[in-house]
Unconditional design. Structure first.
Length: 88
């Protein structure tokens, strides 16, 4: 596996929360210079492409995109905490 294939990066907070709640390993958060945005860097997995595609295009009641609400809220809370930690 090439080095660039080891990681997946997104600037979408909602996608980052979904992937984190699905158990993806968060490698780093980079603040984008001069912007109020960040990129979330995850370790790539074999199912990365499929989950990202399904997140964007699946019907809301499809099993693959369902996440326990507590996991989703917890993932959102943790990512926000990490994002604000990196801001200091």
């Amino acid at each position: 596996m090439k080095n660039e294939d080891k990681y997946f990066t997104t600037t979408s907070f909602s996608l980052a929360v979904f992937l984190f709640a699905k158990g993806f390993e968060l490698v780093n958060i980079n603040r984008l210079e001069g912007q109020k945005r960040a990129s979330f860097i995850f370790a790539n997995r074999l199912d990365s492409e499929e989950l990202i595609h399904e997140f964007n295009f699946a019907k809301e009641d499809e099993e693959i995109v369902k996440v326990d609400a507590r996991k989703l809220f917890y993932a959102s809370k943790l990512l926000k905490e990490k994002l604000y930690q990196n801001n200091n």
